[in-house]
Design a binder for this molecule. Structure first.
Ligand code: SF4
Length: 155
């Protein structure tokens, strides 16, 4: 690699890790995890200090923050949202239901957990996880982006 290519890669990494934009998708959650995500975004917890901003369109988002198990009704929409995101893209599974199906395992309308449908980069356990746990997951993702050999993160 030339010095200019190195500089360009460093600049891309710096800008990516300082301005991750997120889109939120509820694939079947009871809304408990969604409330905690909203709490994480308020000034008290202030994830904007990490450059993270909630974004309405998946076309402008770097992270998909997903809550709940994946229901039969939500699967196609989840895939459409994920496919619309530009690469490189990252997925956070928030809460026990997104990780394992949680209390909704075995329900007639539930297909399964998130990583059965799309690849997941960060798992944040809890029912629901507190804002501190979600922020911890974000920090772990940022650390992994800066150290490219880590793949799956358990926050
Ligand atoms: S992990 Fe708990 S709070 Fe979150 S969607 Fe499942 S039941 Fe609701």
């Amino acid at each position: 690699m030339t010095a200019n290519t190195n500089l360009l890669e460093s600049l891309k990494l710096w800008s990516r890790t300082n301005s991750l934009w997120a889109v939120h998708f509820n694939s079947g959650s009871c809304n408990g995890c969604d409330i905690e995500i909203l709490a994480t975004l308020i000034p008290r917890y202030d994830v904007e200090r990490f450059g993270i901003k909630l974004q309405g369109s998946p076309r402008h988002a770097d992270i998909l923050i997903c809550t709940g198990p994946v229901t039969r009704q939500a699967r196609d929409r989840l895939l459409r949202v994920y496919e619309q995101m530009p690469a490189p893209k990252f997925v956070m599974a928030i809460g026990a239901c997104a990780i394992s199906g949680g209390v909704f395992q075995g329900c007639y309308n539930v297909l399964g957990h998130l990583d059965e449908v799309i690849p997941v980069d960060v798992y944040v356990p809890g029912c629901p996880p507190r804002p501190e746990a979600i922020i911890h997951g974000v920090v772990k993702l940022l650390e992994a982006l800066r150290a490219p050999h880590e793949e799956v993160i358990h926050a």
